[in-house]
Ligand binder design. Structure first.
Ligand SMILES: Cc1ncc(COP(=O)(O)O)c(C=O)c1O
Length: 388
């Protein structure tokens, strides 16, 4: 028996193929949530399957007591592509954020700034479920009953540059922000906000952390969302799509931040394990071969246009689509509930997700074809017909 932490849909998924999932009755679903923004190359991609099998036959685990090639190769690739300096591997998004929070505090401590303890986060943020990441998460429902959460966390208004001026005090060790907030309902941080954050962190001696766990790895149309923001973080966290479905998280730090950690400061038994690293390397190779960023931008333009048309045809039901790349949110107007619309879509053969603010969330595989994208919108339209 699984512990009751998820409201699971009443279907049993047994296989996947490209952008489709297949249940135990052989029914096929068009997957427009992609394991919650994870399966960038879709399901059962031969290059990922091959990389996993080959690596599993060679070496599954040796620990971080030793060097091994997949983690070093992957770190080199991520550093090259991000222009960061160093990578810490872990197993999930929340762990990547824990590492970032710990690095920020240790970084300030090593500089002799022992009063610089505060981690500043945004309203509407989601950074994970472990205690540090949860303390930086602005969702009362996720926090309730778990108090006391760790001290030294504060919040500032998302996308309010003037509020940030006030909030980044000399006590702030780091400001953490999602370039696109996913869980709170798909809200894009403005370039002005992210650039102001960069300037203020520089002026006031704090680190800037971008949580790209959901919006990174090509989802917005560039490998890193920050490439489109005109603002570079000191630390960026990744997970979800990095290994196309195998568990891995990564914290990338620039030269300024990386020196905060020394041997013994942080660790993870499984972090950077060879099989997920081999899968991530295969993912990076395939995304280059497919020129995936260009495809994402094309598919995104198609989906935004079609969803906007759908929204205009049902203004009493749907708000304008928002988001970036293939991370798209659509507000469902009350009294209709996103959960009911997700269930109705599923019954029509379309898998989508929900997010905060009664939002329908689409995060399909990045390989979604033009035909699949139009099928997704027509299935969504059909599934909403019963909502009057
Ligand atoms: C922006 C962001 N950060 C962190 C996390 C936590 O990642 P994980 O569930 O892998 O711990 C998520 C998960 O949805 C996320 O969207």
């Amino acid at each position: 028996m699984l512990l009751d932490t998820y409201k699971r849909a009443p279907i049993t998924i047994v296989a996947g193929e490209g952008c489709e999932l297949i249940d135990d009755r052989g029914r096929r679903y068009l997957d427009c949530i992609g394991g919650i923004a994870v399966c960038a190359l879709g399901h059962a991609h031969p290059a990922i399957a091959q990389a996993v099998a080959t690596q599993a036959q060679r070496l599954v685990h040796a620990s971080n007591l030793y060097q091994h090639q997949p983690s070093e190769q992957l770190a080199r690739e991520l550093v090259r592509r991000s222009a960061m300096s160093a990578v810490f591997f872990c197993n999930s998004g929340t762990e990547a954020n824990e590492a970032a929070i710990k690095l920020a505090r240790k970084w300030a401590y090593r500089r002799g700034e022992e009063n610089r303890r505060t981690i500043l986060a945004c309203t509407g943020s989601f950074h994970g479920r472990t205690f540090g990441a949860l303390a930086a998460t602005d969702n009362p429902a996720y926090r309730e009953g778990f108090e006391p959460l760790p001290a030294g966390f504060a919040f500032t208004l998302f996308n309010d540059a003037a509020a940030l001026e006030e909030a980044i005090t000399p006590q702030v060790a780091a400001f953490i922000v999602e370039p696109v907030q996913g869980e709170s309902g798909v809200h894009v941080a403005t370039a002005e906000f992210l650039q102001t954050a960069r300037r203020l962190c520089d002026e006031r001696g704090a680190l800037l952390i971008f949580d790209e766990v959901q919006c990174g790895m090509g989802r917005t149309g560039s490998l890193f969302a920050f490439e489109q923001a005109g603002s570079r973080p000191d630390i960026v966290t990744l997970a979800k799509a990095l290994a196309n479905g195998l568990p891995i998280g990564a914290m990338l730090a620039n030269e300024r931040a990386a020196g905060g950690f020394a041997p013994g400061d942080h660790g993870s038994t499984f972090g950077g394990s060879p099989v997920p690293c081999a899968a991530a390397l295969a993912h990076l190779r395939v995304r280059d071969e497919l020129d995936l960023d260009a495809r994402v931008r094309e598919r995104s333009a198609q989906l935004f246009a079609a969803l906007s048309e759908l929204a205009h045809s049902r203004p009493e039901l749907l708000g304008e689509p928002r988001g970036r790349g293939l991370l798209i949110g659509l507000t469902l107007q009350a009294p209709h509930e996103a959960g009911a619309a997700v269930a109705s879509a599923r019954e029509c053969g379309l898998l989508i997700g929900s997010a905060g603010g009664n939002t329908l969330r689409l995060a399909p595989p990045l390989i979604l074809s033009e035909v699949e994208a139009s099928r997704a919108v027509s299935l969504l339209g059909r599934s909403l017909e019963q909502f009057n």
